[in-house]
Design a protein around this ligand. Structure first.
Ligand code: NAD
Length: 380
C-alpha cells in the first residue's frame, strides 16, 4: 500500500488522471480524471494583492494555465510582477486602461482578485471586453449584483467562474463521492464552522463599502457554500443570529460573528458559524444514517485533513490547490469539462441569494424562506 501511495505522490495525482486515493479501498475509489492535458488558458490577473500572489505562485505548477496579463493600480507592481512572470509591457494594464484587453490576443480570461465591492463592475467590464472571467468569492455583494454579472457574461458569450478552490480538493471530492454513492446513508445533518481572528482594523475587509459586510462575506461563505455541496441540495429556509463584542473594530454593517441554520427539502438541517473573532474554526461535519464524514481543516490552503466512519481519509495533498483549480478551470473553459461540483456564475449567485437571506434573517429575527429555482431569476 505504502509503495503505491509513494508512487502516486511521486507521479503527482493529475499526471495519473486521478483525483483521489483512499487508502482504505484503494482500487475502488478512483475519482474522475483530471484536466492535466490540453490547450493552455492564458490569464490576466487583476488585483495584485495577497491572494493573487498565492495564485500566481501556484500557477507556476499549473499545466494548463499561464499568466499572460497583469492589471494593477500600482505601476511598481506591474513592473516587478511583469518581470517575475514574463508578462510584457503591452500586456500590463491599470484599472482605467484594462478594457483594452479586448484587443489583446494573448489573453483568454481575466482572474478578478480585488476587494469584493469591485467584482461586479470589473467582471462586467471584462465580459464586455470579450474575455472569460474567473472571479474571487464572494462573487458580488448581493444577489442583484450576482444576477447582473451572470447576465453580462451570458450576453457576451463568455464564461463566468468563481474561485471556489475547495470544489477541486481531493478529500472534499472523496466525501462528495461517498455521499453520492450512498455510503453515508441518508444525510441528516451538516455542521460548518468557518472563522479566524482578524487583525489590522484598517484593512478593506472591515470596511463595509469595500467588503459588503463582515465575516460572512469573507469566511462564513465557506461554511455556506460547503453545506450546499456536502448536503447536495439547495436550502429552502434560513434563520440567523448575530453577536458583536467589539463595536469599534466591527462597525455598522460589518458582522463579527453570525450563527446561521439552513433547512433542506429532504429534511436535512445545517448549523453554521461564521466569525472574525475566533481562531481554530475550520471544520465540516456531515452526518448520515450509515456514517459520517469530517474535515478539519476543511477549507484552509491545505493540507486538508479528514476522516469518516470508515477511518482516516488517507489522500495525499498533491499540488497546491490553486494549481489544480486553474488546470480544472482551463478544462472547463477550453474543453467544456463539467466539474463534479459546479464553479459557474450561477453557483456564485446561489451563495449570494442565501447571504442576502441570512442578513435579512439577522435583521428581522425571522425565518426566511428560499425558493432555489426562482431566486436565480428574481428581480430585486
Ligand atoms: P488584498 O488586500 O491582499 O489584495 C487586494 C488587491 O486589490 C490589492 O493589490 C489592492 O491594491 C487591490 N485594490 C484595487 N483596488 C482597490 C481598492 N479600491 N481598495 C483596496 N484595494 C484595492 O486582498 P486579498 O486577500 O488578495 O483578497 C482579494 C479577493 O480575493 C477578495 O475578494 C477575497 O475574498 C478573495 N480571496 C479569496 C481567497 C480564496 O481562498 N479563494 C483567499 C483570499 C482572498
Amino acid at each position: 500500500m505504502s509503495t503505491r501511495r509513494n508512487f502516486l505522490q511521486n507521479m503527482g495525482l493529475s499526471a495519473l488522471g486521478i483525483y483521489a486515493f483512499n487508502g482504505l479501498n484503494a482500487e475502488t475509489v478512483l475519482m474522475p480524471a483530471s484536466a492535466a492535458e490540453g490547450p493552455v488558458l492564458r490569464v490576466a490577473l487583476m488585483g495584485l494583492g495577497g491572494y493573487a500572489s498565492r495564485v500566481a505562485d501556484a500557477m507556476q505548477q499549473s499545466k494548463r494555465a499561464k499568466i499572460t496579463g497583469l492589471i494593477s493600480g500600482t505601476p511598481g507592481k506591474l513592473k516587478s510582477w511583469g518581470e517575475k512572470y514574463g508578462v510584457p509591457e503591452n500586456s500590463r494594464y491599470n484599472y482605467e486602461t484594462f478594457d483594452a484587453v479586448k484587443n489583446n490576443p494573448d489573453i483568454d480570461a481575466v482572474y478578478v482578485i480585488t476587494p469584493n465591492a469591485l467584482h461586479h463592475d470589473q467582471v462586467i467590464r471584462c465580459a464586455a471586453a470579450g474575455k472569460h472571467v474567473i472571479c474571487e468569492k464572494p462573487m458580488g455583494l448581493n444577489a442583484k449584483q450576482g444576477r447582473e454579472m451572470v447576465a453580462a457574461c451570458k450576453k457576451a458569450g463568455k464564461q463566468l467562474l468563481v474561485g471556489y478552490r475547495m470544489h477541486f480538493e481531493p478529500l472534499t471530492l472523496e466525501i462528495h463521492r461517498m455521499r453520492t454513492a450512498g455510503e453515508l446513508g441518508s444525510v441528516k445533518f451538516f455542521q460548518g464552522l468557518s472563522g479566524f481572528r482578524i487583525g489590522d482594523p484598517t484593512q478593506w475587509r472591515l470596511n463595509k463599502a469595500l467588503a459588503g459586510g463582515g465575516s460572512l462575506m469573507d469566511i462564513g461563505i465557506y461554511a455556506l457554500n460547503g453545506c450546499r455541496y456536502m448536503v447536495g441540495e439547495e436550502p429552502v429556509w434560513v434563520t440567523a443570529q448575530e453577536t458583536k463584542t467589539d463595536f469599534v473594530k466591527f462597525k455598522e454593517g460589518v458582522d463579527e460573528t453570525i450563527t446561521f441554520q439552513l433547512g433542506f427539502p429532504g429534511g436535512v438541517t445545517a448549523s453554521c458559524l461564521s466569525s472574525y473573532n475566533m481562531n481554530n474554526l475550520d471544520r465540516f461535519f456531515l452526518n448520515g444514517e450509515k456514517g459520517f464524514a469530517e474535515l478539519q481543516p476543511a477549507s484552509s490552503y491545505g493540507p486538508i485533513k479528514g476522516r469518516t466512519h470508515k477511518g482516516p481519509l488517507d489522500i495525499p495533498a498533491g499540488r497546491p490547490q490553486q494549481a489544480v483549480q486553474m488546470d480544472e478551470m482551463a478544462a472547463i473553459i477550453l474543453d467544456g469539462k463539467k466539474p463534479v461540483i459546479p464553479v459557474d456564475g450561477e453557483e456564485g449567485l446561489r451563495d449570494l441569494v442565501i447571504i442576502d437571506a441570512i442578513y435579512k434573517a439577522v435583521k428581522t429575527g425571522q425565518k426566511v424562506k428560499l425558493n432555489p429555482g426562482a431566486s436565480l431569476r428574481a428581480q430585486n
